[in-house]
Write a protein that binds this ligand. Sequence first.
Ligand code: NAD
Length: 247
Amino acid sequence: MKLQGKTAIVTGGAGGIGRAITTVFVQQGADVLFVDIDRERGESLEQELGSHARFLRIDISEQTSAAVIRDAALSAFGSIDILVNNAHASRQAAFVETTSEMFDLSFNTGFYPTVHLMQACYEQLRASKGSVVNFASGSGLEGMPRQTSYAAAKEAIRGVSRVAANEWAPDGIRVNVVCPFAATEGVSAWQAQHPEQAAQAVAKVPLRRIGNPETDIAPVVAFLASEEARYITGQTVMADGGMIQLH
Ligand SMILES: NC(=O)c1ccc[n+]([C@@H]2O[C@H](COP(=O)([O-])OP(=O)(O)OC[C@H]3O[C@@H](n4cnc5c(N)ncnc54)[C@H](O)[C@@H]3O)[C@@H](O)[C@H]2O)c1
């Protein structure tokens, strides 16, 4: 078990990829505080996973949430080894139609919670020589049309992740980024609504399929969070079937 005895915080842990990360982390021996805005799904996953998973219903776009999440993890498990900043909400629009409200949504659910949680948990991560895994997207790397506010926040997350990786390396804290491509509920609904678009997207994936959150993405996050990745920091890891190949 890769994460035996580790304690983790996972944002957006009740749905999609976050749900898979919470589940796989518990399977790998971790104690996980997972937070989400969706109470129903969070409570049902908490029941399913048992005493190694604790759910906190919170909106991470609220400025005070970072300290509340850190304190909840400490009171549940006493330490923080791993921080996974996974949650992110955004709206698509043409570049000229992208509004300040759209930037606010994307930065307030993606960028700022990532930064604020890293800051709030810094002392605990330093004490544990911990690991941070943040989430970005091929949409940002490739500049996908209609993703202005999302791409901006995702590339900002990659930027600050590299800064923290360099600043915190002497403390023994590693910071990495994952860019996934996976069939979450949202992606599956899009596939069902726009089968031609989805087929075109799959055709661009060298491995010719959309990833599975539990078997293709969460194990990559568990690896990066584990001691096995002790010599990896400041990296963006593409878990996307080979769609984007970084040079
Ligand atoms: N699914 C993909 O193929 C894909 C591709 C590229 C990047 N990503 C990134 O991977 C991460 C996970 O994506 P996903 O597809 O699982 O997303 P998702 O939308 O399926 O799940 C996100 C989870 O975050 C929660 N959440 C949303 N806003 C919140 C808030 N304000 N406070 C607390 N919780 C909140 C949601 O309730 C949900 O459970 C995101 O950062 C996303 O941008 C996903």
